[in-house]
Design a protein around this ligand. Sequence first.
Ligand SMILES: C[S@@+](CC[C@H](N)C(=O)[O-])C[C@H]1O[C@@H](n2cnc3c(N)ncnc32)[C@H](O)[C@@H]1O
Length: 217
Amino acid sequence: MAVAPHGEGGNGEARRFWEAHYRAHQRVWSGSANAVLVDVAGPLPAGTALDLGCGEGGDAVWLARLGWRVTAVDVSTTALERAATHAAAAGVAARIDFQQHDLAHSFPAGAFDLVSAQYLHSPVEFPRDRVLRAAAGAVAPGGLLLIVEHASVAPWSWNQDPDRRFPTPHETLAALDLSPGRWDTDRLGAPERLAVGPNGETATVTDNVVAVRRLRR
Ligand SMILES: C[S@@+](CC[C@H](N)C(=O)[O-])C[C@H]1O[C@@H](n2cnc3c(N)ncnc32)[C@H](O)[C@@H]1O
């Protein structure tokens, strides 16, 4: 699959890191959709969706199977190629536009009924608050922004810094800097879940979940 790169800004550090990460493993993620996305988007009518940091495409393929037209973005060519292969095998390739962006330097055009950022984290420098504000800016009137992020660290995570402080869901919401009176908050919380590590080990971890809807007016 040919994935057209969008924007060539920056020093390529994010692309190098994530490309090496994906190439080091035959498969990184389960291929299934993230549970909170399934819970939140499952009842919604299909429309247009933007999946930021789509990885190997589990969420994008799940959405496309439900009839969504998806723009799926990642910085890694290998991840995007695996996602496209997954989409083709599922028979939904025509409904997914895979785009390669380093979101620190370029962002997909358009307005979407659903913008999803599932664990959009990176150990290399990443202007996450700015990217999430751009994500809010890409939500169409009546549409939803769904952010799911780590709020605790699993024992097998790359980042075991004991001083690492995670934002609260309220802090993540505040950092979006949403115009007052223009958004409703659908979900704001920090649920626990049982996470499964690369060798099948399990641990209880916490996620922040922020879902905000842009009002139509
Ligand atoms: C922790 S993974 C989450 C993947 C997927 N959303 C999931 O929930 O399984 C973060 C993803 O974001 C992508 N990513 C990290 N930094 C990025 C950047 N600067 N621009 C675009 N994608 C990026 C990575 O390549 C990776 O696929």
